[in-house]
Design a protein around this ligand. Structure first.
Ligand SMILES: Cc1cc2nc3c(=O)[nH]c(=O)nc-3n(C[C@H](O)[C@H](O)[C@H](O)COP(=O)(O)O)c2cc1C
Length: 351
């Protein structure tokens, strides 16, 4: 079903690596600042937008069910643009064979990392026995990670919570992390709050259980040899820089989606790149060629238009601009002129 191991490494991944020669260290360090996987948010369109704002951040896909990748149709989910590098594919699953096959596909398609979701508490995900409920099955998760590690050279990482339900002690967290570390996981991205699997919906599970910053900081201190990233409730670049003093990386979710331009200083602050200020109009102009291509392939403008709305906030007229763009971009006849006009309006106001 999948390309044989012997010729796989000579396939897409090797070609890709050759093309990206010299960028290896940029990719290796990218996890210091990453944009979280977010269903219905971090699709390819948003990632292309975010790439106008940070060239260096590691961008995660939305979670893809590993089993869906077995089918030809599922593989459409693996398409991404060259500009999206460094990019990590996040998958959900609990079967070592299915997950290792997904890891092979991720590598073949040129992803820079494969990440296993052990943090999502949604009932649908629980019913498939993956996501956060796997935190109580550390041996099974270790088998999954081990199987993936055996098959690929790209980093195999895991994103998880501090605990679930009544399994929320520090010891529970360390035992989980130790087990997965011995299976070979390259990095741990810890959403620093537990999840209640029953009684709270996914949204509530991102706000109601309190953040446990010091618990994760203690874990990093005591497991200094492990690469541990912090996720949860980071709202500003300064908070991010502060967290980087304790952790190997910081992942930002909601604040990146809601305020994309806020993160434009990160390349300079973290990766010592020269800071080039970018405005909302420049971001929109930057994605126009991509949007044209999407439209030429029968895509809808709204697929992209919905992501640009948050570029304008906190200035007089922002709401009216968002309302107008939403209305026009949602029309079935919407073409590229909607984005051109939206950018022009902003440019005229120096935005
Ligand atoms: C709309 C939405 C969708 C999400 N989808 C995923 C997902 O597919 N996979 C995942 O691991 N986490 C998902 N998350 C959780 C985020 O990755 C992140 O862990 C969480 O929002 C906490 O980080 P933040 O406080 O910076 O937003 C989602 C969060 C939101 C808001």
């Amino acid at each position: 079903m999948y390309l044989k191991q012997s010729n796989r490494f000579e396939s897409f991944h090797e070609q890709h690596k050759k093309m990206r020669k010299g960028k290896t260290s940029e990719i290796e360090n990218a996890y210091r600042f990453s944009i979280a996987p977010m269903l219905d948010c971090t699709d390819s369109h948003f990632r292309v937008l975010m790439r106008q704002i940070s060239k260096r951040a590691l961008l995660y896909t939305e979670m893809i069910v590993a089993k869906a990748l077995e089918h030809e149709q599922g593989r459409k989910l693996l398409r991404f643009q060259e500009i999206e590098h460094p990019i990590a594919l996040q998958v959900g699953g609990d079967d070592p064979n299915v997950l290792s096959a997904a890891a092979c596909l991720a590598e073949d398609w040129g992803f820079d990392e494969i990440n296993l979701n052990v943090g999502c508490p949604s009932p649908r995900v629980q019913s498939g026995n993956f996501g956060a409920c796997l935190m109580s099955q550390k041996k099974e998760v270790a088998k999954c990670v081990e199987a993936m590690k055996k098959k690929v050279k790209i980093p195999v990482t895991i994103k998880h919570r501090t605990g679930i339900d009544d399994y929320d002690s520090y010891e529970f967290l360390t035992e989980f992390v130790d087990e997965i570390a011995s299976a070979g996981a390259d990095r741990f991205i810890i959403h620093a709050r537990k999840a209640w699997l029953k009684g709270l919906n996914p949204k509530q599970n991102r706000t109601i259980p309190p953040l446990e910053y010091s618990k994760v900081a203690k874990l990093k201190q005591e497991r200094n040899h492990l690469k541990i990233e912090f996720n949860g409730g980071i709202n500003t670049p300064d908070e991010c820089i502060k967290a980087l003093k304790s952790f190997d990386g910081v992942m930002v979710g909601r604040a990146a989606y809601a305020h994309p331009l806020l993160w434009q200083t990160m390349d300079a602050k973290i990766f010592n790149e020269n800071h080039k200020a970018i405005t909302a109009s420049k971001v929109i102009k930057g994605i126009i060629p991509y949007a044209e291509n999407h439209l030429n392939n029968n895509g809808r403008l709204w697929d992209i238009g919905k992501h640009i709305l948050q570029l304008v906030e906190g200035v007089p007229g922002a709401r009216a601009w968002r309302r107008e763009v939403s209305l026009k971009a949602q029309s079935s006849k919407a073409d590229i002129s909607v984005l051109e006009a939206a950018a022009k309006q902003l440019e005229e106001r120096g935005l």
